[in-house]
Design a protein around this ligand. Structure first.
Ligand code: ARG
Length: 457
């Protein structure tokens, strides 16, 4: 049954129908579609637009359809889209009263409303999953606070850092993602219902009633904009893309840190994979897949931006393309966050390997320069003197900790006996006690700061 057959002499051809349909994917909207229809029918009844007797039949019919879809008794199939399906089923069940449901409404404001309800719930879901991930990172940080690991720039050892600071860095990123999803949710919580096809309606509707029933913060102010606005889908896809960008960085670290070359973390067998030909391999397929899927979600973001950019006001069927992109991005985001939270709970830290690595690569050189600067040598000269020491070490196969006082003093006489004990791997990390820094105290403050902000969600 088509909702619009009256004007046509012939039915739509099978291939055109198959190309045009969206039920195969927008069936996911069945719950929100019924929820919005219940609110609309309640409003029509309250405003006296549809007689109470008919409205009650509509409401009863919608509840029954909802229960039957939920139980599996009613299969969602055989219609152009979810809106046609629910309305067609209603008319099948209650007859002519069902034909009054679409009074003062169009599929254009209906689908825009459905999508907002669906994306709103999905933003809440994303926030909850991100929260679980940050909680996991906080517990890893608490464990890591006792240990020191290498900090990198340009993927070269730079300075020793407290291990908690490392995990806190990712918590900061994911907290921003949670904020972004919350802001996206707030901005999208505006109700298009009542905008009808594009220009509003001549029926004496009360949009306040549907707004309250559906939990929207506001009512849209312009019907042309309301039916054709999919900014919220693009915004959700951006939030998802950036959250996955952060997760993908963590994947990259995981792949490096669990390699034989680094050996800082272990992934347990249950979260690893093997090779069909090389018996010795233990591969990080899960982080690689998450990193790979990130690109797919970026694709959906670029897709929706491109779909929107050339549309004349108001609704155009191009907008139907928002759904597959959104559903796939949502599913991808949720599965990536879930698997990574499980994985981060299971990794184990090789604390001695991390500590040993933290002292290599002259990673305390900045502290040697700082030692001199704190004794009055201008920092630039201290930097140059320490650079000379590093070169001396490289030429003689030594580490900075192997040097004698005489060797130190050969490049600058401001070095005293205490330099031999002042500059160690641990003291290097511990010395940076500035807010947000790498000392144990600063990292513990970082954990508290993360937990404080987590409480807002
Ligand atoms: N399936 C359509 C969509 O997703 C529903 C709205 C159809 N409106 C129309 N005027 N054809 O956008």
């Amino acid at each position: 049954m088509k909702l619009w057959q009256g004007r046509f002499e012939k039915p739509i051809s099978a291939d055109a129908d198959a190309f045009n349909e969206s039920l195969s994917f927008d069936r996911k909207l069945w719950q929100v579609d019924i929820e919005a229809s219940v609110a609309h029918a309640t409003m029509l009844k309250t405003c006296g637009i549809v007689p109470a007797e008919d409205a009650d039949k509509i409401l009863g019919g919608l509840e029954a359809i909802k229960a039957d879809i939920a139980s599996g008794a009613l299969a969602v199939e055989g219609a152009e889209d979810i809106h046609s399906f629910v309305e067609g089923e209603l008319v099948k069940r209650i007859g002519d009263a069902g034909k009054k449901l679409h009074t003062a409404r169009s599929r254009n404001d209906q689908v825009a409303t459905d999508m907002r309800l669906y994306v709103r719930k999905s933003a809440d879901g994303a926030i909850a999953l991100l929260k679980g991930l940050v909680e996991t990172l906080v517990s890893r940080a608490k464990e890591g606070a006792r240990y020191v690991m290498p900090g990198f720039t340009h993927l070269r050892k730079a300075q020793p850092i407290n291990c908690a600071q490392y995990f806190n860095a990712y918590s900061e990123m994911f907290l921003r993602d949670m904020d972004r999803f919350a802001a996206c949710r707030k901005r999208l919580n505006v109700m298009p219902l009542g905008s009808a096809a594009l220009a509003g309606t001549s029926y004496p509707i009360d949009r306040g009633i549907t707004q309250r029933l559906l939990g929207f913060d506001e009512i849209s102010e312009n019907s042309l904009d309301a039916v054709s606005d999919r900014d919220f889908v693009a915004e959700y896809l951006f939030c998802a893309s950036l959250a996955l960008a952060h997760l993908s960085r963590l994947c990259e670290d995981t792949i490096l840190y669990t390699s034989d070359e680094f050996g800082y973390w272990n992934i347990p067998d249950e979260y690893s994979t093997g090779s069909s030909i090389m018996p010795q391999k233990k591969n990080p397929d899960l982080p690689e897949l998450v990193r790979g899927k990130t690109g797919r979600v970026y694709g959906h973001l670029v897709g929706i931006l491109t779909t929107i950019k050339g549309l004349p006001l108001a609704y155009n069927k191009d907008l139907q393309e928002d759904k597959e992109a959104f559903f796939d991005a949502e599913e991808t985001l949720f599965s990536c966050l879930s698997i990574y939270t499980a994985l981060m709970k299971k990794i184990t830290l090789n604390v001695s390997a991390m500590f040993e690595a933290a002292g290599g690569g002259f990673s305390t050189a900045t502290d040697v320069a700082d030692y001199l600067a704190k004794r009055g040598v201008p920092f630039r000269d201290a930097h140059a003197a320490t650079g000379k020491l590093v070169r001396y070490c490289l030429e003689n196969g030594k580490a900075l900790t192997d040097l004698t006082l005489e060797e130190f003093r050969a490049v600058n006489t401001a070095f005293e006996e205490d330099v031999l004990s002042a500059v160690t791997t641990r003291s290097s990390a511990e010395g940076r006690n500035s807010v947000g820094g790498s000392s144990h105290r600063a990292a513990m403050r970082g954990i508290s700061a993360v937990r404080r902000r987590l409480k807002r969600f």
